[in-house]
Design a protein. Structure first.
Length: 95
């Protein structure tokens, strides 16, 4: 099965809310069978070139899914969405 990267994007100027950490831990536990690389949070980011929008990268994870639709289905449960974050899903190229 292919791997997909979830890129979490926090609205510009919104501080991370550590009180919601338990919600994230529960979601990761719910999708644990799909996680390839748990990823990490980004603490400070700077845009370098041609990055549109008003969201900053705030973290990433890599999951395994049957196809892009399945990866998007898994992403729909991500707490980032309820917190007002953006979330991108992309298939990683097999090397």
């Amino acid at each position: 099965m292919p791997d997909y990267v979830f890129t979490y994007r926090r609205p510009e100027g919104q501080a991370p809310n550590m009180e919601e950490g338990q919600v994230w831990f529960k979601w990761f536990d719910d999708i644990r069978e799909h996680i390839s690389v748990p990823g990490n949070a980004v603490t400070v980011a700077r845009r370098v070139s041609n990055v549109a929008g008003d969201q900053d990268v705030s973290g990433f994870s890599v999951i395994t899914a049957r196809d892009l639709d399945h990866a998007v289905e898994i992403a729909q449960g991500c707490p980032a969405i309820a917190q007002g974050y953006g979330l991108e899903v992309g298939e990683l190229m097999a090397m």
